[in-house]
Design a protein around this ligand. Structure first.
Ligand SMILES: Cc1cc2nc3c(=O)[nH]c(=O)nc-3n(C[C@H](O)[C@H](O)[C@H](O)COP(=O)(O)OP(=O)(O)OC[C@H]3O[C@@H](n4cnc5c(N)ncnc54)[C@H](O)[C@@H]3O)c2cc1C
Length: 429
């Protein structure tokens, strides 16, 4: 397979006045539920566009591109194509967006996202200089592509141990994936199981409904790969069960049982769980009188009540959040005021569980349905090309294979359970 990276440029040579600015997000979510918020200084990014002149120079350089002259024949990640791939695949597009991302706080170096390339450096530079903001551009390092080998991951068990050679574990890009998180996610599972092999214990795996790592590894070992595999949320069929806010609730206990999480962290989880259930129980049982809440409801832009209801009914309204209603219900506010540890996180977890309960139930039902209907015949029933709700990748692969049954479709590499779900819904209609 192959992968590549864009040119790095000198920020002092760029005309910032000829570009748009793009700020970072203000809503900081952390990966860790243990560390304190670490507010890094936020640096601005900039955006600009390529144009026909840029494309013309790149097009003329194609015979020198290892990607197009046959020197590199391997398959790159379809989700981060090089600029030359973009102009060949989308010849009708007059421009492509570029993002200038600072490499750090103490450097002038910028990462030119969107301009990955393996063309010779002089062609990259000549093309870039046709972008008005880059007319005086100085390049630190050109973009480049590399090729690598991988082992067919269908030779592995879900523990990432080879089926053929005991105690040999493979994790990361060597299994046909691409990406830092993909490599890290496999690494921890392989590491845990290598330890278990040495010290005893049950093999450790994660299910598709437990973690994205579970989806990633199940895809790898059951379907194999025919292009660099990237973990996308869209590859998971249980997206509502695999949420960012509940990653700790899904996984900490599993880690604790393995001895990977210390007592204090486990206790932290137990107390969070308990507080979340206390909030939900309160919302389910607390009755609201219309007369006492109607003014507040009006001020929050939602309909007045004609008669009383439970607090949970109000929280199911899109305009109402735990935070904005609590000030109007003293008993509820008092309950929330008792939370001293990670208040924001706990409230978010409770609110997601309250507001999405219906969707969570629906997802469970769909999962059951998929199991039952796996053998349904679909050959000749769809014009895949016209199914906009399928990804381009899914459409291409379904057209190529034209599967007999839904079960066969589900086994085609690149067809995700959520694609199968789309077909199921259409069949139902
Ligand atoms: C140019 C480029 C740009 C990329 N950009 C991104 C990006 O923006 N975002 C992203 O998510 N991913 C990106 N990737 C992909 C990502 O870097 C890799 O998928 C990921 O780092 C793979 O991690 P790994 O641990 O599986 O393998 P590696 O990081 O390759 O680690 C394998 C290690 O094994 C060592 N090794 C090899 N043979 C032996 C041996 N016999 N004995 C001992 N050690 C050995 C190697 O030296 C190496 O350190 C990019 C990759 C490339 C090449």
């Amino acid at each position: 397979m192959k992968t590549g990276t864009p040119v790095r440029i000198d920020g002092r040579s760029v005309h910032y006045d000829l570009m748009e600015t793009q700020d970072g997000e203000n809503d900081f979510h952390r990966f860790s539920f243990m560390s304190e918020p670490r507010k890094l200084k936020q640096l601005q990014c900039w955006t600009c566009f390529t144009n026909e002149e840029v494309h013309e120079i790149l097009r003329k350089g194609l015979p020198d591109s290892p990607l197009f002259n046959g020197q590199i024949q391997s398959i790159g990640p379809r989700y981060c194509p090089s600029i030359e791939t973009k102009i060949v695949t989308f010849p009708d597009k007059p421009q492509h967006q570029l993002f200038l991302e600072p490499e750090g706080e103490t450097t002038q170096e910028l990462y030119l996202n969107g301009f990955s390339s393996s063309l010779p450096m002089d062609i990259q530079l000549a093309a870039l200089k046709k972008v008005p903001a880059f007319k005086d551009l100085v390049v630190y390092r050109p973009g480049y592509a590399i090729e690598y080998d991988y082992f067919d991951p269908t030779q592995l068990k879900h523990t990432l141990e080879s089926k053929i050679i005991k105690n040999l574990f493979l994790a990361g890009q060597v299994n046909g994936t691409t990406g830092y998180e993909e490599a890290g996610g496999q690494g921890i599972i392989a590491g845990i199981n290598a330890h278990i092999n040495c010290h005893g214990g049950e093999p450790f795996t994660l299910g598709r409904d437990e973690a994205y790592i579970g989806v990633l590894i199940d895809d790898l070992v059951t379907k194999g790969v025919d292009e660099p595999y990237r973990m996308f949320t869209s590859r998971a069929e249980y997206r509502i069960l695999l949420r960012q806010d509940d990653a700790d609730m899904r996984l900490t206990e599993r880690a604790y049982k393995l001895g990977l999480v210390k007592q204090d962290r486990y206790e932290h989880l137990c107390s969070k769980r308990e507080t979340v259930s206390r909030i939900i129980d309160f919302a389910k049982t607390f009755s609201i009188k219309a007369a006492l809440i109607n003014d507040a409801l009006e001020s929050l832009g939602t309909a007045r009540l004609t008669h009383g209801c439970k607090l949970i009914d109000l929280l199911n309204r899109p305009q109402i959040t735990i935070e904005n209603i609590a000030g109007h219900i003293p008993a509820f506010k008092a309950l929330l005021d008792q939370i001293t540890d990670r208040k924001e996180e706990v409230i978010e977890a409770a609110e997601v569980l309250i507001k999405y309960q219906g969707y969570i139930d629906r997802e469970r039902m769909i999962a059951d349905k998929i199991h039952r209907l796996e053998a349904i015949r679909i050959k000749g029933k769809f014009d895949y090309n016209s199914l906009n709700s399928l990804s381009t990748e899914a459409r291409q692969k379904l057209m190529k294979i034209d599967p007999e049954t839904l079960a066969q479709a589900s086994r085609i590499p690149g067809i995700s359970p959520s694609d199968i779900n789309v077909l199921l819904v259409l069949l139902g209609r």
